[in-house]
Ligand binder design. Sequence first.
Ligand code: SF4
Ligand code: SF4
Length: 435
Amino acid sequence: MDYLDNLFFAILLICGFGYFFTNIKKIKRNINLGIAIDRTDNPSARWKNMAMIALGQSKMVKRPVAGILHIIVYVGFVIINIELLEIIIDGLFGTHRVFSSMGALYGLLISSFEILALLVLVAVIVFWIRRNVIKLKRFINPDLNGFPKNDGNYILYFEMVLMTLFLVMNATDTHFQLLNSGNIVSQFITPIFSGVSTSNLHLIERTAWWLHISGILVFLNYLYFSKHLHILLAFPNTYFADLNPLGELSNLEAVTNEVKLMMDPNADLFATPVATEGDVPAKFGASDVQDLNWVQLLNAYTCTECGRCTSSCPANLTGKKLSPRKIMMDTRDRLEEVGRNIDANKGVFIPDNKTLLNDYITPEELWACTSCNACVEECPINISPLSIIIDMRRYLVMEQSAAPMPLNAMMTNVENNGAPWQYNQQDRLNWKNES
Ligand code: SF4
Ligand code: SF4
């Protein structure tokens, strides 16, 4: 490499990482548009969750085929990228395989990278077949129409190309092949290039090297636009996930205080302020992304669009309009739209007459939910579509009095009779008199 190559490489690196960090800052800003909640309690349980679920992928293997293939791709891709360190040093300082001086250890490392590259290649081909030939239902559902469907394939093509370039780069590197250490896979590719002159071989090796590093930088920046952001966000997402039992719903503090006061026979309703300004939230529930909390927004950015939630959702399975995956995708799309609005208006959100409710998610979808928590249970990275559904329903009920008729009747009965049924409180125990 000459001086100009090193300079060009440094510029490529600065642009690649610079654009990536600019977008990461945008994601952070958008997530912080959410309401503040504290999720720093019980750090040991949180670290354990992160280690088991994000790193150990314990929930992925509930579906063994996809789980094991995913672990191969994930582990392989991460470990192979350790080689990036050598590529960066070589690129910046004009060295060639700077770590090869480590001898046998270098051979061992590159051998494992080559084996993993081959396994990743096989795994992504199987993934591609599942999506495009077998056409698993959760990958062809209408909520994936358009870019999300292509996104799943693009990333597989990326991985195929990057792994192939890595192996070709090694196979055509005469210096590396002469070491005869670490070329456990590439030695079988080298014969393909047997008729190629040394200078052309060098040209192929350099081209593969440049395309490999450029491809990694493009991949890194593509993450922001893709569901594959979960590669990074799965870690904070599992750390900050709700630790409460699944069936436990959060209460609105202002409402709880009111109810407690009403239930207390000794309460002096006139002496005690029912609620001061500050106690009452500006809005009950959520109609737009800014009304959700920051963990729900982090959930939206982290969703892998795998569809495990939708494929286990009883509402979806019985033909209702609800898809928990779509709830997450819509939340992310709306959040991105709000973010673009802020960018275009010098850091201030200008109302655009749109909301997450109605423009993205309809009340019909929200009321189809049985709140069974199957989606939360199934999600491989502890996302809760249900918490968003509940918050949006709260808005419909408490701000718009827009609950469906049967629900309104039930709530009226609870209010009047202390029970969901339409009969007098006095008659509630009549059942025990029946023979
Ligand atoms: S909680 Fe709602 S969205 Fe989730 S699986 Fe059950 S019905 Fe579907
Ligand atoms: S919410 Fe979870 S299960 Fe559903 S699509 Fe997203 S990552 Fe998959």
